[in-house]
Design a protein around this ligand. Structure first.
Ligand SMILES: NC(=O)c1ccc[n+]([C@@H]2O[C@H](COP(=O)([O-])OP(=O)(O)OC[C@H]3O[C@@H](n4cnc5c(N)ncnc54)[C@H](O)[C@@H]3O)[C@@H](O)[C@H]2O)c1
Length: 269
């Protein structure tokens, strides 16, 4: 997701500093961003995806968080683990200027659990992008209990500058989108477990019957089964047992079937 956000920003003319956890991951991220920027320009229709005609903005990829100290906006997009996010957010807050905006791309973790790590919570909120970033038109802007109204306006302006449309939601576990999207995905997995229908037919049912652009199992593959599992495990104790992850999801993640990124999920990629 971090690479997608970086690529979309660059395609909209913004220089980007991307921080990764290791040299190898930094190298992989650089390649992913470069490929994604090219793809955005290939599909460039002058509209939502990107704007060609810009000189290619600078991309700096580093493993040193201190590199972001001069940025006007820093978006955290590390794995969906509250403790890790707090650690990274505290690191960011410790080095940036007082007026720097700090956002999290969390899909589900309530901001009230993260804002303690950010010294100035009025400059902090959610910028929840969707996967794949260049192809999806939505950014869910999340207003924490302490987020300033100027911060929300700045977030909306930033997202619209990337060609996205925004919804603004109040802080709540799973926000508006993951809460509904994940429950559909979990139910589809439970139906598969119970033998109600095949993977393909469950997906086709939602595409043809309800005009979903993609079925819930294919979407789970794209999102990552590990990401969905982490969200379910976070939402079950906060929103209720309807979010308990099905056994099949737990087992697939345990044997490395994570969806598109590992080559196998509910589909073979
Ligand atoms: N996958 C999706 O479809 C999706 C959609 C919307 C939002 N999100 C959210 O985006 C976030 C990231 O998800 P993802 O799917 O990209 O996960 P991912 O595991 O693919 O990527 C996370 C990246 O963070 C890096 N990382 C880990 N610790 C780090 C650190 N201390 N400093 C710098 N980098 C570090 C990892 O090396 C990895 O490249 C999560 O909060 C997730 O909920 C995911």
């Amino acid at each position: 997701m971090g690479s997608g956000i970086a690529a979309q920003s660059m395609a909209s003319g913004l220089p980007v500093i991307l921080v990764e956890a290791s040299d190898q991951r930094a190298e992989d991220a650089r390649e992913r961003v470069r490929r994604a920027v090219s793809r955005i320009h290939e599909h460039d229709d002058g509209g939502a995806r990107g704007r060609s005609g810009f000189p290619e903005p600078e991309l700096l990829v580093s493993t040193d968080l201190a590199q972001v100290s001069g940025c006007p906006l820093v978006i955290e997009s590390v794995p969906e683990v509250a403790e890790l996010k707090r650690e990274v957010l505290a690191g960011i807050a410790g080095i940036v200027a007082a007026d720097t905006l700090i956002a999290t791309n969390t899909s589900s973790i309530a901001l009230k659990e993260l804002q303690v790590a950010v010294g100035r919570p009025e400059r902090f909120g959610g910028l929840h992008f969707f996967n794949p970033v260049p192809a999806s038109s939505l950014v869910e802007v999340v207003r924490g209990s302490a987020t300033g109204s100027e911060t929300i306006l700045d977030f909306v302006r930033f997202a619209e500058g990337l060609g996205k449309e925004c919804i603004v939601v109040n802080d709540s576990p799973g926000f508006a989108t993951s809460r509904l999207g994940v429950i559909l995905g979990l139910e589809a997995i439970r139906m598969l477990e119970e033998g109600v229908a095949s993977v393909e037919d469950i997906d086709r049912g939602m595409i043809l019957g309800y005009r979903y652009p993609m079925g819930p199992l294919r979407l789970t593959d794209l999102v990552g089964l590990d990401v969905r599992l982490a969200i379910a495990r976070y939402l079950a104790p906060t929103l209720g047992p309807r979010f308990e992850p099905p056994r099949l999801l737990v087992d697939k993640v345990a044997c490395g079937e994570l969806g598109k990124k590992s080559g196998v999920g509910f589909y073979t990629w």
